[in-house]
Ligand binder design. Structure first.
Ligand code: PGA
Length: 251
């Protein structure tokens, strides 16, 4: 029997000035400590400006901290970028790589993402590798080939269930209020699972998150789908009560 502990991850994106971000992180840490045993792992990915302080605020709580991206190199002349060892250095345990907004805004390819994931692993971080089809690709019936292609190329050979989480986020469902149906989510997660099992010895242990307009009202249903091992949450992770309800949907 495969036991995968769910992960609920908040992606703050380019939101939160210092006061709001620190208030959000401390309320979350306080709620987690008050509750004691949680039914899932909890992660927040603040903007780079707040990483260090949020890591400080959440240090003794069940809330882990992650970066939203890292560079493939460990140091060097890359203005504006962050290296994986820098994230590890300030207490981050995770890093998102290959979010569709980075694939779109910064032209990141799955090959780039594989290098970033490798760098994350080398720094001791857990890479949350994001994949997902656009609306056009779904309409063309190419969803599974696109997603499986992204998984195949974005995950390095050294990926394990311990150092890698896959996040399936249909691009058309991100920030739009539209959520994939339970059937659509089940189909894609099953395909990702099959690909992981075929390639990695511990492929049945990898956590596969769903992301795209997850909110308190749909979290329980989505988290109940076979092979959905948590959620990557954008908008709803900025409101402590909403994010907390999603965390509680795992219990
Ligand atoms: P959303 O974002 O929950 O606001 O749709 C999800 C994500 O992009 O990670």
């Amino acid at each position: 029997m495969t036991e995968r502990r769910p992960l609920i991850a908040g992606n703050w994106k380019m939101n939160c000035l210092r006061a709001d971000g620190l208030a959000l992180a401390s309320s979350l840490a306080a709620k987690a400590s008050e509750k004691g045993e949680l039914g899932c792992d909890v992660l927040v990915c603040p903007p780079a400006t707040l990483l260090s302080e949020v890591a400080g605020v959440t240090k003794d709580s069940a809330v882990a901290v992650g970066g939203q991206d890292c560079h493939a190199a460990i140091s060097g002349a890359h203005t504006g970028d962050l290296a994986a060892p820098m994230l590890a250095d300030i207490g981050a345990q995770y890093v998102l790589v290959g979010h569709s907004e980075r694939r779109a805004d910064h032209g990141e390819s799955s090959t780039d993402i594989r290098k970033k994931a490798t760098s994350a692993h080398d720094a001791g971080l857990i890479a949350v590798v994001c994949v997902g089809e656009t609306e056009e690709e779904r309409d063309l019936g190419a969803t599974l080939s696109v997603v499986n292609g992204q998984v195949a190329v974005s995950l390095p050979d050294g990926a394990t269930a311990q150092n890698t989480v896959v996040a399936y986020e249909p691009v058309w469902a991100i920030g739009t209020g539209r959520t994939a149906s339970v059937q659509e989510v089940a189909e894609v997660h099953a395909a990702i699972r099959a690909e992981l099992v075929a390639r990695f010895e511990d492929g049945d242990q990898f956590r596969i998150l769903y992301g795209g307009s997850v909110k308190p009202s749909n979290a329980a249903e989505l988290l109940g789908v076979e092979d959905v091992d948590g959620a990557l949450v954008g908008g709803a992770s900025l409101k402590v009560d909403d994010f907390w309800k999603i965390i509680e949907a795992c219990a």
